[in-house]
Design a protein around this ligand. Structure first.
Ligand SMILES: C[S@@+](CC[C@H](N)C(=O)[O-])C[C@H]1O[C@@H](n2cnc3c(N)ncnc32)[C@H](O)[C@@H]1O
Length: 381
């Protein structure tokens, strides 16, 4: 089967590397995600193990759809009875660009009609729609009048790991936090420091990665994490056994130790949130209240990664950036990675203060939702 692991823009290389390390086959990065191939089980494993992907989709068919009739016919040409029956629910999401059909809601509606009509013809009854929590989530993408139909294996965005019950004003998605750790080159050996931790997403993802705890192993209130494919019609006893094997193998890889993971924030509420979220994730993060301006070195020199405030909800000021840059530039021998949503942060790192300016960073464009950011990585001399 052909799979597509979707990515926040700019994080595709992180997912490509992850898929290769996890020994998936046919790995090929593309715009918006990474393709890979394998049996359906490999799709289950991807949902269970990938840290950086937002969704894992499997392609069911691709056909020309220059008008609604062709879209309907094409969708009817797919055998939906493997996944759906009248007792299950579905939802359809559509996206389109450069096509004659331009209304995504209409495309979704037509697709849904074709699916439910096929099931009514076969069973004499149709499945119903549940937009919020469907058993089967279908995506249809129309690009230059060519439709591609996908099923979402996870059923919900994979960033919802279940450990983050408490969050501040501008939390990162867990998948983006995991991608930033990879893209900034953390080796999982140096101490990891997030001095503006908010709800602790980066630090907790770091601890999970360092201990090889697969995201699929995270339980919420003692309940095992469930994925969308477990609610499909074809998820029979053999598939459930295969899932149990994937779970068991993942359990066997968990390590007990990790390098020190340190998180701090100037806001006491955030410190409490990070503590609670780390507890829910079952990992150790050393959390305390502190200002980034007072950040000191670790021994051995660590990997400092932070997501300073930069938008309307959490504004940053030039004074904060100047004082933050001054503290970061004193961390000789450390690597410092900043997710920056404003050029003011890079400028602050370059300012002539008593300390020498930071060397040129490695700079990657990464999107945090619809905000274009830079991931700036400095090796402080
Ligand atoms: C964008 S949020 C970080 C969000 C975090 N990455 C998450 O996923 O929840 C920025 C954080 O910086 C903290 N902050 C602001 N000024 C600070 C300072 N001077 N020292 C330390 N933390 C500060 C805020 O309290 C806020 O939690």
């Amino acid at each position: 089967m052909d799979f597509f692991a979707t990515a926040a823009k700019g994080t595709e290389p992180a997912i490509r590397d992850e898929l290769r390390e996890l020994r998936f086959r046919g790995v090929r990065a593309d715009r918006g995600g990474v393709h890979f191939t394998g049996a359906l089980d490999e799709g289950f494993r991807a949902c269970f193990e990938l840290r950086c992907a937002l969704r894992v989709l499997t392609e069911l068919g691709s056909f020309d759809a220059p008008h609604e009739g062709a879209l309907y016919e094409g969708v009817q040409g797919i055998d939906w009875t493997r996944f759906l029956d009248p007792s299950r629910t579905l939802a359809v999401r559509a996206a389109c660009r450069s096509s004659a059909l331009t209304h995504t809601q209409y495309i979704a509606q037509k697709t849904k009609d074709a699916v439910v009509d096929q099931l009514r013809q076969r069973h004499g009854a149709r499945p119903s729609v549940d937009r919020d929590d469907p058993d089967v989530l279908i995506f249809v993408h129309l690009v230059r009048d060519r439709a591609t139909v996908y099923l979402d294996l996870g059923g919900a965005s994979l960033h919802r790991r279940g450990f983050r019950s408490m969050a501040g004003e501008a939390p990162l998605k867990e998948t983006l936090a995991a991608a930033l750790l990879r893209l900034s080159g953390w080796d999982r050996e140096r101490p990891l420091v997030d001095p503006m931790c908010g709800s602790g997403t980066i630090a907790i993802e770091a601890a999970l990665w360092a201990r090889h705890i697969a995201p699929g192993l995270l339980a919420t209130d003692g309940e095992e994490r469930q994925f969308g494919f477990e609610r499909w019609g074809c998820h029979d006893e053999a598939a459930a056994r295969r899932m149990a094997e994937i779970r068991e193998a993942a359990r066997g890889r968990v390590r007990t130790s990790a390098p020190p993971i340190l998180a701090s924030d100037s806001d006491a509420a955030m410190v409490a949130f990070t503590r609670e979220n780390a507890r829910a994730a079952g990992v150790e993060v050393s959390v305390h209240k502190a200002r980034v301006e007072d950040l000191g070195p670790t021994d051995p020199p660590g990997h400092v990664i932070l997501n300073p405030p930069y938008n309307e909800r959490l504004p940053g000021t030039r004074d904060l950036y100047r004082d933050m840059a001054r503290a970061l530039r004193r961390l000789h021998g450390h690597r410092v990675a900043l997710l920056s949503g404003t050029p003011d942060i890079e400028r602050a790192m370059e300012q002539r203060l008593p300390e020498p300016p930071a060397p040129r960073p490695r700079s990657l464009a990464v999107w945090n939702g619809d905000i274009e950011c830079r991931l700036l990585t400095y090796d402080i001399p």
